[in-house]
Design a protein around this ligand. Structure first.
Ligand code: PMV
Length: 330
């Protein structure tokens, strides 16, 4: 009753910020993302009748802080399998330290794929994606590779809030350059931040009302491989989300000076130098530049030259979560 799975993080171009149901973790806004090919999370799950509690190890060390969320997600799979067996979870993040990449997305995606196989459930991707969403909203998207859409849905049970693959990584092979501007842990996590925005930002209703239009337009841009349209929509969605964050009380100001400098540099690269590149920023100070693979080395060099940029990482687009062979250690 053991299996190993691998998943990669994804980066939203049309952002999810806010929940319409906190218990089922249903998003108030649909989103569109790209799955990366590196870094990865590898997770081994083993159900063992002799265990009294779930045991979680992250990068070789026990991680009691994350255990409750992981156990709650595993409970959903245990219910389906009709078992109460506890599990030993060994997960490894092959991530540069605190690079501000969404390890919860790859973490919960790898977890559900491994647990499904270990329990012999054989659930389809759609269902696995819904289960990963219960752990972390963005994790629903890491079940699929390339370009992925996640609808907000309307039904109370969330059966219409599902992620779907839109376009394979190979069909539009873009690159992502990540400028790390701080290695410090963020003060307010996304779950707490979203709830604060929902309760206090005067812009929140406008944000949720305009999201479906943005998502539909971004889907069209992806289908048409229209880089200019996707660039405009992505930067708009990112800045609109940050306007909601910044207008929350107390404010959620995730940027530092270098974050703003990177955004300005990326705009100048596109508008003055004609580089095919645009930015996006999540609930943290790192800047993700999405560009063509040819432009990636020039974008990386331009961002690395800015004061306050501590590290620059590059990735291509990758596949969704998958099972690994027994021999591939987590
Ligand atoms: O699902 P979470 O808790 O990882 O929240 C994701 C929030 C953002 O990264 C800011 C936006 C997104 O759609 O990924």
């Amino acid at each position: 009753m053991a299996a190993i799975a691998q998943a990669q993080p994804n980066i939203a171009l049309v952002k999810y910020w806010g929940k319409r149901d906190a218990t089922l973790n249903l998003p108030a806004t649909g989103s569109l993302s790209i799955t990366l090919d590196a870094p990865w999370t590898r997770t081994r799950v083993e159900f063992d009748a002799s265990l009294r509690h779930d045991e979680l190890r992250l990068n070789g060390a026990e991680d009691p802080a994350a255990l409750a969320r992981v156990s709650a997600c595993l409970d959903l799979l245990r219910q389906r399998a009709g078992t109460a067996r506890r599990a030993r979870i060994d997960t490894r993040n092959h991530f540069p330290t605190a690079a501000g990449l969404a390890s919860s997305a790859s973490g919960f995606a790898a977890l559900v794929v491994a647990a499904d196989a270990a329990l012999g459930l054989g659930l389809d991707r759609r269902t696995l994606s819904m289960l990963a969403r219960r752990g972390s909203g963005s994790a629903a998207r890491s079940l699929f590779g390339g370009f992925v859409g996640l609808d907000a849905g309307e039904r109370d049970d969330g059966t219409d809030a599902i992620a779907q693959p839109l376009l394979d990584a190979a069909a539009w092979p873009l690159a992502v350059v990540i400028a790390v501007t701080s290695h410090r842990r963020k003060r307010v996590g996304s779950g707490v931040g979203m709830e604060r925005s929902r309760r206090t930002s005067p812009f929140y209703p406008a944000w949720t009302h305009s999201a479906a239009t943005d998502l539909a337009a971004a889907r069209r841009a992806v289908q048409a491989r229209d880089f200019a349209a996707l660039a405009e929509l992505s930067e708009h969605s990112c800045l609109k989300m940050h306007a909601v964050m910044q207008s929350s009380r107390p404010p959620l100001l995730y940027w530092n000076g270098a974050t703003v400098d990177c955004m300005q540099r990326i705009r100048a690269l596109r508008e003055d130098a004609g580089e095919p590149v645009f930015f996006t920023v999540d609930a943290g100070p790192q800047v993700k530049a999405v560009c063509t693979p040819e432009a990636a080395p020039r974008v990386a060099a331009a961002l690395a030259a800015l004061p306050g940029v501590e590290q620059v990482l590059s990735s291509r687009l990758g596949e969704g979560a998958r099972l690994l062979d027994d021999g591939e250690t987590p």
